[in-house]
Design a protein around this ligand. Structure first.
Ligand SMILES: *Cc1c(COP(=O)(O)O)cnc(C)c1O
Length: 374
């Protein structure tokens, strides 16, 4: 072909080939959308608002200086695993498997359990990645709505278990986006009734103070998922799965060998050596959560749901969520509009708890919008 010749690629044949080759489940998906946040106060993704204090940052950077980036990371970073296990209080006889964020562990579990016809049971609304990853893995997805008060609908869950015999159940506790914990007796009953694996996702444990970790000693089919993402280390991508070593050994076979990069390994160990700082920030966020909840409740027509996490779900007067979301964005504040995502979330917004100043900015903008004052 002469240099500079124009090549016209045929879109028609690409579409035909995609149709012929792609799994239909993938074709049917929409990509996970992360809205642009440049220049906005980011209260949409449950990140920790506090930067590292100056001295600590210097110390961390000094530690990174010796890293050999020409070498592959440790495939099994034993020291990091031990530090995480110690900090989490992993029960005796249980193991811990690292993931590139807890999302990767969800993917790993789903891939391993995706036998033909296998399905995952989800009480909804819940973390959207559960159904997205399940579909990519080829699992069927069965969803059972929560009760109107966002508790588990135990009879409906039992009926779905009877009918579908799900290989897997994901229970986020506290749940995202509803923010509360499930009742422990109901949670326990559900785990007891499950014919397959149950994964209790404790991404928000640092703000909840209650865990099912001790139940691992009673239930061999229970796994607990944790992450560093919500305590100030979202950029590292480090999650971990705790449970029976026989299960973890199977999942480990499907894990890519170097899933935790060297910078993450080092930084996580450094952060764990300063775990008191992370705990202190979680406590501050819980104080702010209380204050922000009280103030939101005082706004006209706003319902605030109880939160055991670092975010709050609120319901606005009918029809107002999209406009309020837009007005907040105009005011430079990004929150999550969950209206339209699930019938139980009609008119709802989800807001991350920020610093005192960030929460004040959110309140002022929302108050101005709802009362028509500027
Ligand atoms: C935010 C969140 C996670 C975190 O996922 P990572 O991949 O670890 O960042 C996991 N589960 C739930 C329910 C969440 O809301």
């Amino acid at each position: 072909m002469p240099a500079g010749a124009v090549v016209t690629r045929s879109t028609a044949s690409t579409a035909a080939r995609i149709d012929a080759l792609l799994r239909p489940e993938i074709r049917a998906l929409s990509a996970y959308h992360v809205p642009p946040a440049a220049g906005l106060l980011k209260l949409d993704a449950m990140e920790n608002p506090y930067p590292w204090p100056g001295g600590l940052e210097e110390e961390w950077l000094a530690g990174l200086r010796g890293v050999e980036l020409n070498r592959y990371p440790l495939p099994h970073p034993a020291e990091l695993v031990q530090a995480l296990a110690r900090q989490a209080g992993v029960p005796p006889g249980c193991g811990l498997l690292l993931g590139n964020g807890s999302d990767e562990l969800i993917q790993l579990i789903d891939i391993c359990l995706a036998r033909p016809g296998a399905s995952v049971l989800l009480p909804t609304p819940t973390f959207s990645m559960y159904s997205l990853i399940a579909r990519v893995a080829g699992l069927g997805v069965i969803d059972v709505p929560l009760r109107a008060d966002f508790g588990l609908d135990l009879p409906a869950m039992r009926a779905a278990i009877e009918r579908h015999q799900p290989a897997l159940i994901y229970l986020a506790c506290p749940n995202n986006p509803t923010a509360g914990l499930f009742d422990p007796a109901e949670l326990r009953a559900l785990i007891g009734a499950a014919p397959g694996l149950v994964v209790v996702d404790e991404a928000y444990f640092p703000f909840a103070g209650r865990s099912v970790l001790p139940w691992l000693l009673e239930f061999n089919h229970l796994l607990v998922l944790r992450t560093l993402s919500k305590v100030g280390l979202a950029g590292l991508r480090l999650g971990y799965l705790i449970g029976h070593p026989d299960w973890l050994a199977q999942f480990d076979k499907a894990r890519l060998p170097y899933n935790i990069n060297t910078l993450t390994q080092l930084s996580a160990q450094f952060a764990l050596a300063h775990a008191d700082r992370l705990a202190g920030e979680a406590a501050r966020i819980c104080e702010q959560r209380h204050r922000l909840s009280q103030e939101l409740k005082a706004l006209p027509g706003v319902t605030v749901y109880p939160s055991d996490a670092n975010f709050i779900l609120l319901r606005l007067p009918p029809g107002q969520a999209p406009a309020a979301h837009g007005a907040l964005q105009q005011a430079g504040i990004l929150v999550k509009n969950v209206h339209g995502g699930h019938p139980l979330l009609t008119d709802c917004l989800r807001v991350t708890v920020g610093t005192a100043a960030e929460n004040e900015a959110l309140l002022a903008a929302l108050r101005a919008h709802l009362t028509g004052t500027v």
